[in-house]
Design a protein around this ligand. Structure first.
Ligand SMILES: [Zn+2]
Length: 65
C-alpha cells in the first residue's frame, strides 16, 4: 500500500512580527490560500499567517493593512 506524500503537513520556521521570536508553524497543504491568526507563544500577540497555494508562508502583524 502506497502512502501519498501530497497531504503531509509541512513545518515552516518564521519569526514573530512583534517580538522577533522564532516560531514554528505547522502548515496544512491545501489547494487554496489560507489565512488564519495565531498567537505568539512569547508575547501572546496575534499574528496573521498567510499561506499561498504553493505553501509560501508569510507572517505579519494583525494591525498592518
Ligand atoms: Zn511575539
Amino acid at each position: 500500500m502506497m502512502m501519498t506524500e501530497r497531504l503531509t503537513t509541512q513545518e515552516s520556521k518564521q519569526h514573530c512580527p512583534y517580538c522577533g521570536s522564532p516560531i514554528h508553524l505547522i502548515i496544512e497543504p491545501m489547494d487554496e490560500p489560507q489565512q488564519y491568526t495565531e498567537d505568539c507563544e512569547v508575547c501572546c500577540r496575534p499574528m496573521v499567517v498567510d499561506v499561498s497555494p504553493d505553501q509560501q508562508v508569510e507572517v505579519f502583524r494583525e494591525d498592518d493593512t
